[in-house]
Design a binder for this molecule. Structure first.
Ligand SMILES: *Cc1c(COP(=O)(O)O)cnc(C)c1O
Length: 238
């Protein structure tokens, strides 16, 4: 069983790495510029362990109640944990206990809650500002979120100035059902503007299973890939 799953995951990794290499070659970029984050939501801790054994170093989760026990089960592994989902302020303290990078900071109140929690835990959290790239009505639709582009610079400054936090860059999810290239191009522009004040904030988290090539073409540094690595998600366990 485990051997079979290991082979499946190895195949998933090889397939995604090949796509990354091809996209980097096409864009004139180096594979080393790309960090592959395995989004392991709905998959068990045993898969995280197998992925680590296969050389993956970064994992992502989108719900605290699922991520917290999984991170605890895998505490012996040298992994970087990314929190990529919408985050309620009252979960900030829990997430600050295990996450290394939070991709979904989209409002000042969440930044201050994370700051307080990180200071209390004696940890440093790298935070990205999630940008809404939906043309209309940012942060409407369920489960998306993101700050509107105009609010990004102030939020970046707030994170950079907050204790326990380090401002790492920006993140976005391409709008559903539309060509991702215009959205990723806008994100690249926002990232560039933000770097004028925060030159160290080089992370551009964009690109998932279906659009990682376009994200790489538009300058993404971090890909969040679930399905293409792990297979179809099971029903979400509540
Ligand atoms: C689930 C998820 C992903 C991965 O999506 P796939 O299409 O399975 O690769 C990436 N980013 C976020 C924020 C997610 O919630």
């Amino acid at each position: 069983m485990t051997g079979e799953r290991r082979a499946e995951l190895a195949e998933g990794i090889a397939g995604v790495r090949a796509r990354i290499s091809a996209a980097c070659a096409a864009a004139g970029r180096d594979d080393d510029e790309i960090t592959l984050i395995a989004v392991t939501k709905t998959f068990p801790a045993s898969d995280v362990r197998l992925l680590a054994g296969l050389g993956l170093t970064d994992v992502g989760e989108n719900r605290d109640q699922e991520a917290r026990p999984k991170a605890a089960e895998c505490a012996d592994l040298l992994l970087t944990w990314h929190f990529v989902g919408r985050l309620q302020t009252n979960k900030a303290r829990a997430v600050a206990g295990y996450a290394d990078v939070v991709h979904s900071v989209d409002r000042p109140r969440l930044a201050s809650a994370l700051s307080e929690a990180a200071v209390r835990a004696g940890r440093t959290l790298r935070c990205l500002v999630q940008v809404s790239l939906d043309e209309a009505a940012p942060s409407e639709g369920p489960g998306r979120g993101g700050a509107s582009p105009a609010d990004v610079p102030a939020l970046a400054d707030a994170i950079a100035e907050a204790g326990g936090l380090e401002f790492g860059g920006v993140m976005a999810v391409a709008p559903l059902g539309a060509d991702p290239v215009p959205a990723f191009t806008r994100l690249a522009g926002i990232a560039e503007r933000v770097r004028r004040n925060h030159p160290g904030a080089r992370i551009v988290s964009a690109g998932m299973s279906g659009d990682l090539e376009q994200a790489i073409a538009c300058g993404a540094t971090h890909l969040r890939v679930g399905t293409a690595l792990l297979g179809g998600r099971r029903a979400i366990v509540r």
